[in-house]
Write a protein that binds this ligand. Structure first.
Ligand code: MG
Length: 385
């Protein structure tokens, strides 16, 4: 098991749960990075005494520097700070739990610095695509999934035969708070309603992505990239109870599933301790108490982001970065009360359909695709969609 961790996004939902795992396993934290929550970051600094912390927001970094003058922790800022935290010499594993595309450069830098990466930041893999998978392969590092579905598939693939004999991957989806609702019923839903996830406690961005099912669309792309599987061989099934976290179907029609209570500390811990397993701070699964599990086809007509992502994956090139960028912008605009819930699906679909696709060769190309998609959304919204 690795002992020294760098945690990017340490004040977010995955970051704080990673620190629970750190506490349970008695690991050491050598670097932390956060966006702007310096109050919680200071508490973490005083508890874990990391060598280095990065605060993305320059002004907040300056404030923190003053507040922790009495410690030995160095405070850096901006993208340079994030990259420094991702590449710090003493880290054996970098947990990337930042939200959004901003995680791309730190992920690439960590791979180039020969660090194993536990990836919770799916947007990086969706937008970065081959750039990320190539960097991981060329540097011989591990890219360990933290996303619960991908951790499940990764676990189901342990012991797979050499030729893999994979027929398909089956991603489970909770369906979010709006499962079963019609387009008409979703026309006027509020941010508060969309933030009410039935099973998982997560950050705001991913909770909205879960309500639109964009999250599952991103996860289809993430699975294709992580496990080198075509989008046609990835199915989605709505499973309301979130007990089966995903499944793998082999050529002999045997289907292997991974189950557990819906608690992110299970997949986080597996990524950190892989391939070993240790006691965990989570609850045990009690099947008799759960009593029944249900499964449904997803509603592709109402939740348009799913098809937009499938289409982007099939198109390849910059299309997945475009889908992701349009969604990051639209998701934020919805949370800010600037657009309606259903606009998100329309904007993501529109961006994938109308922005000219190209092959990104560099990080700058990916950032450009992201920029084009965000601009498309802003332009549409300013003309009243
Ligand atoms: Mg997930």
């Amino acid at each position: 098991m690795v002992h020294n961790l760098s945690i990017l996004g340490s004040t977010g939902s995955i970051g704080t749960q990673t620190l629970d795992v750190v506490d349970k396993l008695g690991l050491k934290v050598v670097a932390l990075a956060a966006y702007r929550n310096i109050e919680l970051l200071e508490v973490q600094i005083r508890k874990y005494r990391p060598q280095l912390v990065a605060v993305y927001d320059e002004f907040r970094a300056k404030q923190l520097r003053d507040n922790i003058k009495d410690t030995d922790t160095q405070v850096l800022s901006g993208m340079d700070g994030l990259i420094a935290a991702a590449t710090i010499e003493s880290a054996e594993l970098v947990v990337n739990a930042v939200v959004g595309m901003v995680g791309l450069q730190p992920t690439l830098a960590a791979a180039q610095a020969k660090k194993d990466i536990a990836l919770a930041n799916k947007e990086t893999l969706v937008a970065g695509g081959d750039l990320v998978t190539d960097a991981v392969r060329e540097n011989g590092v591990r890219l360990l999934p933290v996303d619960s579905e991908h951790s499940a598939i990764f676990q189901c693939l342990q012991g797979a035969p050499k030729n893999k004999a994979l027929k398909k991957l089956i991603l489970t989806a909770s369906g979010g708070p709006f499962f079963g609702k019609t387009t008409e019923e979703l026309r006027n839903v509020t941010v508060m309603e969309a933030l009410r996830h039935p099973n998982w406690s997560m950050g705001a961005k991913i909770t909205i992505d879960s309500a639109t099912m964009m999250n599952k669309g991103l996860e289809i792309i993430e699975a294709a990239r992580l496990f080198d599987v075509s989008g046609d061989d990835i199915d989605v099934v709505v499973h309301r109870e979130s007990i089966i976290h995903s499944l793998v179907e082999y050529d002999d029609n045997s289907v292997i599933a991974q189950l557990g209570v819906p608690d992110m500390r299970i997949p986080i811990q597996y990524a950190v301790t892989y391939p070993e397993r240790y006691e965990s701070p989570t609850a045990e699964l009690n099947l008799a108490q759960i009593a029944k599990m249900t499964f449904f086809e997803p509603d592709y007509e109402t939740f348009r982001c799913l098809n937009a992502c499938k289409k982007a994956l099939a198109m390849g090139g910059a299309a997945t970065a475009i889908a992701n960028g349009a969604n990051e912008e639209a998701n934020q605009l919805f949370r800010d009360g600037k657009i309606r819930f259903l606009d998100i699906g329309e904007l993501v679909t529109g961006a994938v359909d109308s922005i000219e696709n190209f092959i990104p060769h560099t990080v700058e190309d990916v950032l450009n695709a992201d920029h084009l998609a965000r601009q498309y959304v802003k332009d549409k919204v300013s003309c009243g969609i």
